[in-house]
Each structure stands twice: as structure tokens, then as C-alpha cells.
Design a binder for this molecule. Structure first.
Ligand code: SF4
Ligand code: SF4
Length: 382
């Protein structure tokens, strides 16, 4: 298992992480089975968005004697009322829900307290006005949560939260189809038939900016919906009309800037093993470029998807990395020191480019690589 820094939190998380979707299977016995398997394979991070008390209690039982093996991302504002899940911004409910969660989990702290599911600017304001954000800050001061996070499907809202400086971790829905769609307050819009009826070209600029700003500010992204709820794995269900593999979906997420880990929502040990197998998959098994090129009515044109198809470069330049660092300078804040340093330690730089053009013939997305190399020389100086 490979591990990544979760933004600037100081936490090192396994790039394959777990969602909790399957925990309730087999009358909650699956919780222990999945956590056992995760621990054996080096997974140290899981998300717990669900408020079902039986599930939380099952997690608490499964964690006994090995609390330190896992970094827990659990949600604030996701509560259980009248026998069902409720998202709330009412402070008394939020507080009671948090206390119940901590007691069911049997822990005195969680590493990431994730403010649950905020998809509209109005709701973000409510989180502030109702004192939820202050409450999260108080929990952090008390050491009951170590870092504050927010989960969202909407890049506009996520950007607002990230730029406010209030959050350190973002749980965001990332996959190649969502990435095409403009911001919306309704997550269903991202998968609606009408959203795919017209030609779609390239990643939505606001999403691109979100990833770049997160990278620049040291906000770690933990991914939800990497497989679009499973639809992306099935040509008949995918809005793109072509099936991706588990490896391709995971690799797509892990090659976006700022992404630290992918929360895979496995329903069985077999499904979790399929995700873990990504760690040993070959480059060609992970390669998503061909399948993206085959999507119906969707084009990525002139936009680097960090797929590495352009390699090998005759000058041994890591073209995707140079392009990624170049893009990170386009957020309008000059060249961040971290980006300058990441660029500096590359073995070869844009100035090593001899403008041969061989890479451009191999790029499935027709990126103007030579021009990017020239631009990188101007920006970084070499
Ligand atoms: S330049 Fe083209 S081939 Fe190279 S990483 Fe970017 S999208 Fe892929
Ligand atoms: S054009 Fe530059 S980046 Fe592309 S293969 Fe040639 S030397 Fe490498």
C-alpha cells in the first residue's frame, strides 16, 4: 500500500481508503470483516458518513483493541432521528449527534470531523450562522476532532469553504463524468440524462480550479463516488456509454491534484480486494486515456488529463508533472513556494525540452505540449 500526505494535516493516509456503504451488510457483521481485510492490507483510512447507530456501534466493536490502526473521517451534522438518517444544521441536534457518535464508536477523538454534505452557498452560510463551524472549532480545540473537513459535490461551495481557510480536508465527488459538469446544488443533476445530451468538452473550469486551489493551500481531498455509485463500471449505466474498470476509476482520482485517497465503497471483501488490487496493477491496467477518448459525446481537447500517454520523452521530462505544476500557477496567486519547490526537485525541467514534438503525436487529447514547456520555462525560469 502506498501512503500520501493528507494536505497539511500531517496525517499519512493509504491511497486506497474505505467508504462505509457495505458496513451494514450481513446484519452489520460486514463491518468487522471489511476492517479486518483493510488492516491486513495496509488501509488506514475510512469514511463514516452514515448515522445509523447500529452501524456506528458495529464500527466501535470492530475498532476495539486496534483504534490506532485507523484514521477515522466521521461526519458532524449527519444524525439519526425517528429511526432515519437526517442532515441537520440545528446546533442542539448536531451536538447530540456528535456525542452519540463518539460514544458508539468508543473513542475519545476522531482525526477528521467532516461537516456533512454541503451543496449550496446558502447552506454553507447556515453552517456559519448557526454556529456549526464554531462548534467544530471548539471540538478541535478540545482535541476531540483533530482536523475540520467538509463534504460536498458542488465545486462552487467547496471553493468557498476552502478559500475561507476554515477547513483542512475536503471530501469531494471525483470521477471523469462529474468532472465535466458545472456546479449544481442538486447532486442528481450530475447524472441526469439531459446533462449529457449535448457535446461536453473538457473538465469544468471551476472543478479544475478547485483541485488546483486545494493543492496550493494544502487542503487534502478524500474522494467519494469514484465509481459514480457503480454506474461508471457498466457501459449500459454510465452516462458516457463506455465502461471503465475499477483500476481506471481509482487512477483517474489519484492523478487529480490534491487528492490523497479514494474512499472505495465496497459491499463485500471481494469488492474491497478488487480496489486493493490497484496497488499492484500495471500501468496499462490503470491507463484511463483510451476509455476517456471513447466516451459518447465527450471530448477532452487540449486539456492535460495527467495520463502519461505522451511518455517517453526523449529528454526524460515528466510531462504530466511539469504540466500539473504549470497549471497550479494559474490560480492567480503567482507561483506558490510549494509548487516552485516541487518543480525544482524534478529530475528534468521544461528547459530540457528540445521541441521535437514526438510527445504530441502520442497525446490522445491533443495537448500542445511544446507550448506548455515553453510557458513553464517562462513561469519557473528553467
Ligand atoms: S500531455 Fe497528453 S498524454 Fe501527456 S499527460 Fe497530458 S493528456 Fe496525457
Ligand atoms: S517536445 Fe519536448 S517534451 Fe515532448 S518529447 Fe520532445 S523533448 Fe520531450
Amino acid at each position: 500500500m502506498r501512503y500520501r500526505e493528507l494536505g497539511s494535516t500531517g496525517l499519512r493516509v493509504s491511497e486506497i481508503a474505505m467508504g462505509c456503504e457495505g458496513f451494514m451488510e450481513d446484519e452489520y457483521r460486514m463491518t468487522g470483516k471489511l476492517l479486518d481485510l483493510a488492516e491486513r492490507n495496509g488501509i488506514n483510512y475510512f469514511d463514516l458518513y452514515a448515522s445509523d447507530p447500529q452501524m456506528r456501534a458495529a464500527v466501535g466493536r470492530a475498532l476495539k483493541g486496534r483504534r490506532d490502526s485507523f484514521i477515522i473521517q466521521s461526519h458532524i451534522c449527519s444524525v439519526w432521528k425517528n429511526g432515519q438518517y437526517l442532515r441537520t444544521r440545528e446546533l442542539p441536534e448536531v451536538k447530540a449527534g456528535f456525542e452519540e457518535m463518539m460514544s458508539l464508536l468508543g473513542t475519545d477523538h476522531i482525526e477528521v470531523g467532516m461537516i456533512h454534505y454541503c451543496d449550496s452557498l446558502k447552506d454553507w452560510q447556515k453552517i456559519i450562522d448557526n454556529g456549526v463551524l464554531d462548534y467544530a472549532g471548539q471540538l478541535k480545540k478540545e482535541g476531540r476532532i483533530l482536523h475540520i473537513g467538509l463534504s460536498s459535490h458542488n465545486p462552487e461551495v467547496a471553493l468557498k469553504a476552502v478559500e475561507s481557510g476554515a477547513i483542512e480536508v475536503l471530501m469531494f465527488s471525483v470521477n471523469p463524468c462529474y468532472d465535466l459538469q458545472p456546479a449544481s446544488e442538486n447532486v442528481e443533476d450530475l447524472w441526469a440524462d439531459q446533462a449529457y445530451e449535448h457535446q461536453l468538452t473538457n473538465m469544468d473550469p471551476q472543478r479544475q480550479r478547485l483541485y488546483e486551489v486545494c493543492q496550493e493551500k494544502g487542503i487534502g481531498i478524500t474522494v467519494m463516488k469514484p465509481f459514480g455509485g457503480g454506474d461508471l463500471l457498466d457501459a449500459a449505466l454510465s452516462p458516457a456509454g463506455a465502461a471503465m474498470t475499477v483500476n481506471q476509476c481509482i487512477h483517474y482520482c489519484l492523478t487529480r491534484p490534491a487528492v490523497a485517497c479514494v474512499n472505495c465503497g465496497a459491499h463485500s471483501p471481494q469488492q474491497l480486494l478488487e480496489c486493493i488490487a490497484y496497488e499492484d496493477a500495471s500501468d496499462s491496467d490503470r491507463d484511463y486515456a483510451q476509455v476517456l477518448s471513447s466516451f459518447n459525446g465527450i471530448r477532452w481537447e487540449g486539456h492535460c488529463m495527467y495520463c502519461n500517454h505522451c511518455l517517453p520523452c526523449v529528454s526524460h521530462i515528466n510531462i504530466a508533472d511539469v504540466t500539473r505544476f504549470l497549471n497550479l500557477t494559474k490560480t492567480g496567486n503567482g507561483v506558490p513556494e510549494t509548487v516552485r519547490e516541487h518543480y525544482r526537485v524534478l529530475e528534468q525541467h521544461a528547459s530540457d525540452c528540445i521541441q521535437c514534438g514526438a510527445c504530441e503525436n502520442r497525446c490522445p487529447f491533443h495537448v500542445q505540449i511544446r507550448q506548455n514547456m515553453q510557458e513553464a520555462v517562462k513561469v519557473f525560469g528553467y
